[in-house]
Design a protein around this ligand. Structure first.
Ligand code: PRX
Length: 634
C-alpha cells in the first residue's frame, strides 16, 4: 500500500494524472477532454468538457444495486418523527420536486433559495435543483430577515422554498414569516415561494398567487419522470453565502464535476465510508458541512445518510449514540462544540449503547481543544479525527487520511495537508515560508484542487481580491487562518487572521454583527470582537457608543439598552449573532487613521496584553474598555 506521503506528493507533482484517476469514481455522461485548464490564474477549471450531474451520481447511479437500501433517514427528536427513504423512493421524491419546480418556471441556471429546517423535503429540493441544473442557495435557518434579504438580492432567485417552521429545543421558529419579511425588504424578490407545511404555524399567511402550497402542488405531479440535465463540469451547482471581513457575505460558487470528484475521493480516502454503510453528520444543511457530508458526499458513496433535527442532549445525552447503535453508523461527523456540550453530561450515556459499528468520529468547524479531543477519544475508544476546512474549500484541507494510511493522531492537531492542496505556512510580512514552530498564515498555492470554490458569485474580481491578494509578492490563496507546524509535520490551527469569529461552529463576521448593532436608533458606533468561550469556542462581545447617554447613567438604563440592542441583532442578523454582552463606552479605541483596534479590544477582553499601541489616537479609549470589562467581566 502507498504511504500517505507518497500519495500526497503525487497529487502535487503529477496533478493531472492524480485527478484523472480520482475522476473515475464519478459517472461522466460525456468524458472530459482536459483534466485542468489553468490558463486564467487563479481560476482553475477541472475536468473541462466533461458532462455529469450531481443528482445522477447521488441517486440514479446506485439504483441498479441499491434501490431498496435506505438512502435517507430523517430523525427529528423535536417532532418525534422518524422516516426513511430508499434510493428508489428518494429517486421518485426528487423527480416529483423537480417537476414541481419546473411547473413554477424554474429552468437550468435559475437560482433557488432554500430556507428550510432539517426535513427530508429540504434534501429533495437540493437534489431536485441539481437534477435540473438549477443553482441552489441554501440559507441557514438561524439567519433573520435582513440577512436573508441581502442573499436574495445577490442571488436573485426565481423561486424560494421554505417551510412553515422548524423547532429547536421545543421552541418553534416560524420560517415562512421570516421569508415574508425578507421579501418585503428585497429589491429582487422571487416570483414564487413554495411552502411545505408541517403544521407548526396554524395561522400561516399565504400571499396568492406568489405562494404555493407544497403538498397541493405535489399532488399534481405523482410519478413524475424528470431526467438529469447534463452539465459541463465547470457550470455552477450552488451558491453558499459565507461571512468575511466586510458586512456583506460572499456567495461561494461551486462547480459540478470537480465537486463530485473531490467528494467521492474524500469519502473513500478520508472518511472511509463505503456503499451500504451509514454516515451521520450532525451539522445543518445551511452550512457547507451539510452540503458536502449530509447530502452529496454520503449519497455519492452509496451510503445511507442521517438527517437529524434536534440537539445532542434531548431527550437525553445518549440520543446520538443511540442513533449510531440503531443505524450501525460507521462514519460520524460533528463539531467540537457539540462534544463540549456532551462532555458536561453523564459519561454513562456513552457506554449505554453499542458503538461497535463506528470506525471514526470526525470533528471540524472550529478549533478542537486538547482536553475535549482527549476526552472524546478515550470515551469512544475510536480514532477521533480533527480536520480543518472552510466553506470555500468544500472538503477537507488538513486531515488525517486513514483510507490511505493510518497515521498517528496528535491531540489538538488536524494532522497534515490533504492531497491536492499545495499548502504552505507563509510569513505575513513577505510571503516567505516559515520554519517549524513559527506561526504564519495558512496559504495554498493555486491552482486550488477540485471541489474548491470556482469564484464569488457574480464577482470574479472580488474572488481574486479577497482570497489571492494577501501577499503583494505572490498570488496565493489565503485561508485567513494562522497555523503552525511541529517537528513531525503536524499542523495546528491558531485562529483567524481577519475579523471572522466562530460561535459554536457557526462562522460569523464581526462586521455583520456591528452593522446589526448599529441599526439600533440610539447607537452611534460599535466594535464587536470574538472572545473565548469554554462551550461555544467564541462569543461576540460588543462595545457601543450611544447617541443619547442620558439613559445610561443608571444600571437599569444600561441593561434596558443592552437588551434592546440584542433584540435588534436577533431581528437583523438572527439569534446566532447575538452578543454575549453589550458594554457602553464614550469612545472606541482607534488608530490615527480611524481604524478600530479590534485586536487590542479582543486581547483585553480575553485578559491578554493589548499589543502594539503606538498608533492609537486616544489612549483613554482603551482605559474605557478596561473599565467596562472590570465592571461587567465577560
Ligand atoms: O477558522 C477556521 C475554522 O472555521 C473556518 C471555516 O468555517 P466554515 O467556512 O464555516 O467551514 C467549516 C467547514 C468545516 C476556518 O477558516 N475551522 C474549521 N475547521 C477547523 C477550524 N479551526 C480549527 N480547527 C479546525 N479543525
Amino acid at each position: 500500500m502507498t504511504g500517505y506521503k507518497e500519495f500526497y506528493r503525487r497529487s502535487i507533482d503529477d496533478r493531472e494524472g492524480f485527478w484523472r484517476e480520482q475522476a473515475k469514481s464519478v459517472y461522466w455522461h460525456k468524458p472530459f477532454t482536459k483534466v485542468l485548464d489553468y490558463s486564467r490564474p487563479p481560476f482553475a477549471k477541472w475536468f473541462v468538457g466533461g458532462e455529469t450531474n450531481l443528482c445522477y451520481n447521488a441517486i440514479d447511479r446506485h439504483l441498479a444495486e441499491r434501490s431498496d437500501q435506505k438512502a435517507l433517514v430523517y430523525i427529528s427528536t423535536e417532532m418525534n418523527e422518524e422516516k426513511s427513504f430508499s434510493y428508489r423512493e428518494l429517486h421518485a421524491e426528487v423527480q416529483r420536486v423537480a417537476a414541481m419546480m419546473q411547473s413554477l418556471g424554474v429552468t437550468k441556471g435559475d437560482r433557488v433559495i432554500i430556507y428550510m429546517p432539517m426535513i427530508p423535503e429540504a434534501c429533495f429540493a437540493i437534489l431536485a435543483c441539481a437534477r435540473i441544473g438549477a443553482i441552489h442557495s441554501v440559507v441557514f435557518g438561524g439567519f433573520a430577515a435582513v440577512s436573508l434579504a441581502s442573499r436574495i438580492d445577490d442571488a436573485r432567485p426565481k423561486l424560494m422554498i421554505t417551510a412553515d417552521g422548524g423547532s429547536r429545543m421545543g421552541k418553534v421558529v416560524l420560517y415562512k414569516t421570516l421569508v415574508d419579511d425578507s421579501i418585503k425588504l428585497a429589491k429582487h424578490p422571487p416570483e414564487k415561494v413554495l411552502i411545505y407545511r408541517r403544521g407548526l404555524d396554524p395561522n400561516l399567511p399565504m400571499v396568492p398567487p406568489r405562494d404555493v402550497d407544497w403538498k397541493q402542488l405535489a399532488a399534481e405531479h405523482p410519478g413524475a419522470s424528470i431526467g438529469c440535465a447534463w452539465l459541463e463540469s465547470n457550470e455552477p451547482s450552488y451558491i453558499l453565502y459565507t461571512s468575511g471581513t466586510t458586512g456583506h457575505p460572499k456567495g461561494v460558487q461551486r462547480d459540478v464535476g470537480g465537486y463530485a470528484v473531490a467528494l467521492a475521493s474524500s469519502m473513500e480516502h478520508i472518511y472511509c465510508g463505503r456503499g451500504g454503510e451509514t454516515m451521520f453528520t450532525t451539522s445543518d444543511i445551511g452550512w457547507v458541512v451539510g452540503h458536502s457530508y449530509i447530502i452529496y458526499g454520503p449519497l455519492i458513496a452509496g451510503m445511507t445518510t442521517i438527517m437529524y433535527e434536534g440537539v445532542p442532549i434531548r431527550p437525553d445525552a445518549g440520543v446520538w449514540w443511540k442513533i449510531v447503535q440503531d443505524y450501525k453508523v460507521t462514519v460520524m461527523f460533528s463539531a467540537p462544540t457539540a462534544i463540549r456540550v456532551l462532555k458536561k453530561q453523564d459519561p454513562l450515556y456513552l457506554r449505554k449503547y453499542d458503538l461497535s459499528s463506528l470506525r471514526h468520529l470526525f470533528l471540524a468547524g472550529e478549533p478542537l481543544d486538547e482536553p475535549t479531543h482527549v476526552w472524546i477519544s478515550e470515551a469512544l475508544g475510536k480514532p477521533v479525527i480533527d480536520h480543518y476546512w472552510q466553506t470555500e474549500s468544500g472538503w477537507p484541507i488538513l486531515s488525517a487520511v486513514p483510507g490511505v494510511e493510518k497515521t498517528n493522531i496528535k491531540y489538538g492537531s488536524p494532522s497534515f495537508a490533504v492531497y491536492g492542496y499545495d499548502l504552505r505556512l507563509l510569513r505575513e510580512a513577505d510571503a516567505t515560508e516559515t520554519a517549524v514552530h513559527e506561526k504564519a498564515v495558512v496559504a495554498i498555492v493555486p491552482p486550488l484542487p477540485p471541489g474548491c470554490m470556482s469564484t464569488v458569485w457574480g464577482d470574479d474580481e472580488r474572488f481574486v481580491k479577497t482570497y489571492f491578494s494577501t501577499f503583494s509578492k505572490r498570488q496565493v490563496y489565503s485561508t485567513f487562518d494562522w497555523g503552525i507546524r511541529d517537528d513531525d509535520g503536524y499542523y495546528f490551527i491558531l485562529g483567524r487572521t481577519d475579523d471572522v469569529i466562530n460561535v459554536a461552529g457557526h462562522r460569523l463576521g464581526t462586521r455583520e454583527i456591528e452593522e446589526a448593532v448599529n441599526m439600533h436608533p440610539n447607537i452611534a458606533e460599535c466594535a464587536v470582537v470574538g472572545v473565548a468561550d469554554p462551550l461555544k469556542g467564541q462569543m461576540p462581545l460588543a462595545f457601543a457608543v450611544a447617541k443619547d447617554t442620558s439613559r445610561l447613567r443608571e444600571a437599569s438604563g444600561r441593561g434596558l439598552l443592552e437588551k434592546e440592542v440584542m433584540e435588534t441583532v436577533d431581528r437583523q442578523l438572527g439569534p446566532i449573532g447575538r452578543p454575549k454582552a453589550v458594554h457602553f463606552v464614550n469612545v472606541l479605541p482607534k488608530t490615527r487613521s480611524g481604524k478600530t483596534l479590534r485586536r487590542s479590544i479582543q486581547a483585553l477582553a480575553e485578559g491578554r496584553d493589548p499589543g502594539d499601541l503606538t498608533t492609537i489616537e486616544d489612549p483613554a479609549a482603551l482605559q474605557q474598555i478596561r473599565d467596562a470589562l472590570k465592571e461587567n467581566p465577560a
